[in-house]
Design a protein around this ligand. Structure first.
Ligand SMILES: CC(C)(COP(=O)(O)OP(=O)(O)OC[C@H]1O[C@@H](n2cnc3c(N)ncnc32)[C@H](O)[C@@H]1OP(=O)(O)O)[C@@H](O)C(=O)NCCC(=O)NCCS
Length: 454
């Protein structure tokens, strides 16, 4: 083989070649009757792989995510032709790529008819309203599967369709709270012997909507399995219930097993790790951008340091001039103990007091220690590594012009995911979808519009 592995990867995953390659889900059609991030992201992942996804929203205003976040500038990202003074907020950006935008009022009988017509010609739909809302409207799985037995219906809800919690509303943050995630994220109430030296006491939420995007990925994953099963085994569709709360607790790592085996309730351990040591984030006392107007930049820096094997730990402690601690805690069992970790991190932070995160990272790399400075969104957006690979990129968006955003999450040599456009205004494809798939005339479409059905 003439080329190195790096050259081979650079060539087969080259972002410039993505648009000349086939799309694996081309020919499949899904309806996305979704809101916020959980449901939309599931449909978005299918659209990135070439499925035709038709997003159906409330006429004129669209779904709530368009209004939930700020920076909704009407000139840059218009909301809809009916509300020219309103824009779409930046929170809508991550989860609606490559889709067609239809507006339908699900309350109205003509609107429900449109959904049924589309469902008859679709492979599936994704929906994340409250338990039973679509069933009540007569366009849930029970009704749509009568029309199209091959339909794959992915419902992503809060607590599921049955059980005591089923009527409750849910959001990412609620899923994480009930699923137990916040109880193990944040700072411990007490670190005996180190009172006052480390922040204490607060659980911490994730700022990113990690359980929404995670749930969306699970939704898309289930749909792919159902397509295989339908098209190769059974010939029939499937009804999926993904519960956001259940998804959150599914990812509690070892905390459930720990409780089951030892009756122990896992506690928060801040930026350190309850299972591995050293494997945590240390504070570096010098800011990399002392004059910055952004508080996140002006603050001290932070750097992840990972040296949990005995050999790496010994190397780390020698490099920072604390051979005594290498000798004191020679085995992982010694240094992972809750009572021993603080002394190690205290020593590392004392060493990093007069250094920036870049200096700490460079020092660690020179000494063969795994380390990564904690990067902010500007550093991610301008990172040569991410830019070269298309992990962040400019889309030449047909509606909005240049749009900067994250790229798809994985690469593929033959059938890569791609971003053709970020999203469109509410109802932008009404005519296209309703004439192509429902055979409606221009006059009929105008009439439905004047009656607020679409
Ligand atoms: C997000 C959530 C809390 C919103 O709750 P909600 O608005 O009270 O209830 P529903 O989701 O069932 O939505 C019903 C309402 O949507 C509105 N609506 C939205 N799109 C509509 C459309 N195209 N046509 C008609 N009505 C529409 C109506 O006002 C309707 O109210 P109604 O019951 O009076 O008819 C709830 O859907 C939920 O818990 N979803 C599951 C978890 C989830 O996905 N959360 C969001 C991601 S974090």
């Amino acid at each position: 083989m003439a080329t190195s592995f790096e050259e081979y990867c650079r060539d087969v995953f080259d972002p410039k070649k993505v648009f000349s390659k086939p799309e694996p889900l081309k020919g499949y059609r899904f309806l996305s009757m979704t809101q916020y991030i959980l449901g939309p992201s599931a449909a978005n992942y299918l659209a990135e792989l070439g499925a035709e996804v038709i997003k159906i929203e409330l006429p004129r205003r669209g779904e709530p995510m368009r209004h939930t976040t700020p920076f909704n500038e009407p000139l840059l990202y218009p909301l809809s032709k009916w509300l020219p003074d309103k824009g779409t907020g930046l929170g809508f950006f991550g989860a609606n790529h490559n889709e067609y935008f239809l507006s339908v009022d699900f309350h109205k009988p003509e609107g429900q008819e449109i959904v049924k017509m589309l469902a008859a010609k679709s492979d599936g739909c994704v929906e994340n309203y409250r338990a039973g809302t679509f069933d009540r409207w007569g366009i849930g799985y029970r009704q749509l599967s009568q029309i199209n037995p091959r339909i794959i219906y992915q419902w992503l809800g809060g607590f599921g369709g049955w059980g005591p919690g089923r009527k409750r509303a849910s959001y990412d943050i609620l899923g994480q709270a009930q699923g137990g995630c916040f109880s193990v994220t944040g700072w411990p109430v007490k670190i005996p012997g180190y009172e006052g030296k480390f922040p204490i006491g607060l659980p911490s939420k994730h700022t990113i909507w990690i359980m929404d995007y995670w749930g969306g990925m699970m939704g898309a994953f289930q749909i792919l399995a159902a397509l295989y099963w339908r098209d190769n085994v059974s010939g029939v569709g499937d009804f999926f219930e993904y519960s956001q709360v259940q998804g959150a607790q599914r990812h509690l790592s070892d905390a459930i097993a720990l409780y089951g085996r030892h009756g122990l309730v896992q506690q928060r351990w801040g930026n350190w790790d309850a299972l591995l040591s050293v494997h945590g984030i240390i504070k570096c006392g010098k800011s990399s951008y002392p004059g910055s107007q952004f508080p996140a930049e002006a603050e001290e820096g932070f750097c992840l340091v990972s040296a949990h094997t005995d050999a790496d730990y010994a190397k780390l402690m020698k490099a920072v001039g604390r051979d005594d601690l290498a000798k004191k805690y020679p085995t992982h069992d010694d240094r992972v103990k809750a009572e021993n970790q603080p002394a190690i991190y205290e020593a590392l932070e004392a060493w990093a007091k007069d250094k920036t995160k870049e200096q700490v990272e460079e020092f660690m790399h020179k000494n063969g220690i795994n380390a990564q400075r904690v990067m902010n969104s500007k550093e991610v957006s301008t990172s040569e590594h991410f830019l070269q690979r298309g992990n962040v990129h400019w889309i030449d968006d047909p509606t909005f012009g240049d749009v900067f955003s994250q790229g798809p999450v994985f690469m593929a040599s033959e059938t890569p995911p791609r971003h053709k456009w970020a999203f469109k205004p509410v109802g932008a494809d009404n005519e296209y979808v309703l004439s192509k798939l429902c055979g409606l005339s221009k006059a009929k479409i105008k009439e439905l519009e004047s009656q607020d059905v679409i």
